[in-house]
Design a protein around this ligand. Structure first.
Ligand SMILES: Nc1ncnc2c1ncn2[C@@H]1O[C@H](COP(=O)(O)OP(=O)(O)OP(=O)(O)O)[C@@H](O)[C@H]1O
Ligand SMILES: [Mg+2]
Length: 259
C-alpha cells in the first residue's frame, strides 16, 4: 500500500509544519490510523511542536541518514499528539555536507523508511523550506506530494518551480511520485487576492485542490508553544476543525486511489 506523503513547498512559512502536526494528530486521534511523522528539517519545528525536546533526543534523523543508528531506534512517541516521530535538530544542517560524496545520498531516507514502513498506516514527512538534498531525500522516499499554498501573489510562481523539480525527480529518482493534493493555508475567503489565486489553482489543478481549506486561526499558531498540535489542544477551534476535514479527505483519497 502506498502511504508515504511528503509535505513540501520550498517557500518558507506557508504552513508545512502546522499541516504535518495537525493532520497527523487528526489521522491518529479521529481516524484511528497508526501514524509516523518524519521531521527532516534542521529547524526541528515538527519535533518541538509535538512536545519533544529536540536537543535532548538520544538519536535523530541525522543519525539515521548518516547510518549511525537503525531507524527503529530513533523513533520517539509524542504523547500529546498520539503519533510516532523521527525527531530532528540542528545537527541535520551538516548532514548534506557529510553525505555529498556518497553514491546513494539521495536514497538514505528511502532505504531507512523501508525497514519500518509496514508498521504504519500513514507516514508524513515535514520538509525544510528549500529544494536541498534533504528535501530530495524526502521526495525520493514518498509516494505522494501534499503542497500547502498560501494564496498570495507569488504562490503560483513558487509552485511552478516545485513542480518542475518534481518532474525532474520523476525521470530519475522516483518515477512513481504523484501529486496528492494542494492545500490552501491561512486562507481568507473574503480577501480578493486570495480568492483569485484560489480560483486559478482550481482552474489549473482541478480536484487536486483539497476541498478543505485552512483559515487563519490563533489556536494553530499558539499550540506549538504548549508542545502540542491545535487538534490535540482544542479540537473545536476553527483551525482544528479544518484540519480534521482535511484528514477525512486524505483518508478518502487514499482509499479511492487504492481501488
Ligand atoms: N492557519 C494558520 N493560522 C494562523 N497561523 C498559522 C497558520 N498556519 C501556520 N501558522 C503560523 O505561521 C507560521 C509558519 O507556519 P509553519 O511553521 O507551519 O510553516 P512552514 O512552512 O513549516 O515554515 P518553514 O518553511 O519555516 O518550515 C507559524 O508561526 C505558524 O504557527
Ligand atoms: Mg516548517
Amino acid at each position: 500500500m502506498k502511504k508515504i506523503i511528503v509535505v513540501v513547498n520550498q517557500k518558507g512559512g506557508v504552513g508545512k509544519t502546522t499541516t504535518v502536526l495537525n493532520l497527523a494528530t487528526s489521522l491518529a486521534m479521529h481516524q484511528r490510523k497508526k501514524v509516523l511523522v518524519v521531521d527532516i528539517d534542521p529547524q526541528g519545528n515538527a519535533t518541538t511542536g509535538a512536545g519533544i525536546d529536540k536537543n535532548d533526543v538520544e538519536f535523530s534523523i541525522y543519525d539515521v541518514l548518516l547510518g549511525n543508528v537503525k531507524i527503529r531506534d530513533a523513533i520517539v512517541y509524542s504523547k500529546s499528539c498520539k503519533f510516532d516521530l523521527i525527531p530532528s535538530n540542528r545537527n541535520l544542517a551538516v548532514a548534506e555536507i557529510e553525505l555529498v560524496n556518497e553514491d546513494d545520498r539521495e536514497y538514505k531516507l528511502k532505504n531507512a523508511i523501508k525497514e519500518i514502513e509496514h508498521k504504519y498506516d500513514i507516514i508524513l514527512i515535514d520538509c525544510p523550506p528549500s529544494l536541498s538534498l534533504l528535501t530530495i531525500n524526502a521526495l525520493t522516499s514518498a509516494n505522494y506530494l501534499l503542497v500547502p499554498i498560501q494564496c498570495e501573489y507569488y504562490a503560483l510562481e513558487g509552485l511552478t518551480d516545485l513542480l518542475n523539480t518534481v518532474k525532474l525527480m520523476k525521470t530519475k529518482l522516483n518515477t512513481e511520485l504523484k501529486l496528492f493534493g494542494i492545500l490552501r493555508t491561512m486562507y481568507d475567503k473574503r480577501n480578493n487576492l486570495a480568492q483569485q489565486v484560489s480560483e486559478q489553482l482550481v482552474e489549473y489543478f482541478d480536484d487536486k485542490v483539497f476541498y478543505a481549506s485552512i483559515p487563519r486561526s490563533v489556536r494553530l499558531a499558539e499550540a506549538p508553544s504548549f508542545g502540542m498540535s491545535a487538534v490535540a489542544l482544542d479540537d473545536e477551534a476553527i483551525g482544528s476543525e479544518a484540519y480534521c476535514r482535511l484528514a477525512r479527505e486524505v483518508v478518502k483519497r487514499l482509499r479511492e486511489i487504492e481501488q
